[in-house]
Design a protein around this ligand. Structure first.
Ligand code: GDP
Ligand code: MN
Length: 378
């Protein structure tokens, strides 16, 4: 789960990281009022869960409350990378002398968290990582010992941070580590961390990604989930305990098991198709769950074919078949469906589905090829 910038920064602030004064607004009038409270010079920042808002025109400086109002009006009408802007953060504008990158994530290859920093912070850190990776300093963090003071100091030296900022930089790095660890995050990032015209350090942007599997330990963080910006289908899927991620292709996938679901998507691509979603119905899925999954897949207007790939173990073939039939009674659809069903009660499942006009397949390769063909209108 991604947190919005304003949520991430509020969290950072609890761990002692200095952030600009500011508040979030849903209307231009509110934005104007906040600008008045902050004394006029503000930055209006679209709150959408994608990076690169600045380049997309979603971050604008305003010199007066009136300008704040008109910029907020414009930004609140924008779509950024397909996401509608519903809120703006109105922050006191910072005078920026230098932009630094500071982030913590998990490095799977060394099986540890890693803190990364760069003196070339700002909007193009991905480009820096690609073109001049040596400009990004990395320090592994021991998961039990945490970030050590000497490590923060080493980083400060490596990014040529003037000595007068080392102490506060150390506090910020430690705060970021604490925020990361305490909230079971997979990413905590400040880009940019700026040296201001007043020669102080300030976290101007903030980003956090939380581990969904640990959210149950953080009810106060789960509440921050922004239902507005999630696809309706993903919200519906969560209600039924389905792991579902919407994608841009046209072949809907219903699979049991995350590994099998990924394999199915790979094989669809191998044969020239594009999956419309990732969907794991899980082990032992009931007919009700299967039926919900089918409804969710069919609610996507891009879907031209559906591939069912069910390996019956705990999940029973007949139960899956009954779920499909139940769903098809509610939803009229002419989307062609290809099914590969093996394992527990597969034969019975196939018998139940024989009446439903499904295309059957013996192997996954055959099923994927058939799905790709029918999606292309064959
Ligand atoms: P992002 O583009 O989504 O990463 O959004 P950021 O919050 O990082 O803003 C992008 C860029 O806008 C920053 O790197 C800054 O250069 C600039 N910016 C953001 N806030 C301020 C501010 O308060 N004052 C000034 N002068 N520039 C800002
Ligand atoms: Mn940024």
């Amino acid at each position: 789960m991604k947190l919005h910038e304003y949520q991430s920064k509020q969290l950072f602030s609890k761990y002692g990281i200095p952030i600009p004064r500011g508040r979030v607004a849903a209307t231009a009038q509110e934005a104007k009022q906040i600008a008045e409270e902050l004394g006029g010079r503000v930055v209006i920042k679209s709150q959408v869960l994608v990076g690169g808002r600045g380049k997309a025109g979603g971050i604008r400086l305003a010199k007066s409350p009136a300008e704040a109002e008109s910029l907020a009006t414009q930004i609140l009408r924008m779509d950024i990378k397909g996401l509608p802007v519903r809120k703006v953060l109105v922050d006191e504008a910072a005078n920026i002398n230098k932009e630094i990158y500071l982030g913590i994530t998990n490095d799977r290859s060394i099986r540890r968290p890693i803190i990364m920093a760069s003196s070339a912070g700002g909007v193009d850190i991905e480009e820096v990582a690609r073109v001049s990776p040596e400009k990004i300093i990395r320090e592994p963090i021991h998961p039990l010992l945490g970030l050590r003071d000497y490590q923060a100091r080493d980083i400060a030296v490596a990014i040529d941070l003037p000595r007068e900022h080392w102490k506060v930089f150390g506090q910020i790095a430690r705060g970021l580590w604490q925020a990361y660890q305490a909230s079971d995050a997979t990413l905590a990032e400040i880009n940019p961390l700026v040296i201001t015209g007043e020669n102080t350090l300030l976290a101007v942007d903030g980003k956090m990604v939380l581990d969904d599997n640990a959210l149950f330990r953080h009810p106060e963080l789960s509440e921050m989930r922004d239902l507005d910006v999630e696809a309706d289908s993903e919200i519906e899927a969560r209600k039924y305990g389905l792991s579902f991620i919407k994608l841009d292709g046209n072949i809907g996938c219903m699979v049991n098991g995350a590994g099998l679901a990924m394999t199915s998507m790979d094989i669809i691509k191998l044969f020239g198709g594009e999956p419309a979603n990732f969907l794991d119905i899980g082990g032992g899925a009931s007919a009700e769950k299967v039926s919900a999954a089918l409804r969710i897949i069919l609610s996507d207007p891009n879907v031209r074919a559906i591939l069912f790939n069910v390996f019956g173990g705990i999940t029973r073939g007949d139960e899956v078949a009954r779920g499909i039939l139940a769903a098809l009674q509610d939803i009229r659809t002419d989307v062609p469906m290809v099914i590969r069903l093996v394992g527990t009660n597969a034969e019975e499942g196939r018998r139940i589905l024989a009446d439903a006009n499904m295309i059957t397949a013996e192997t996954l390769a055959e099923a994927a090829q058939k799905a790709v063909a029918v999606a292309k209108g064959a």
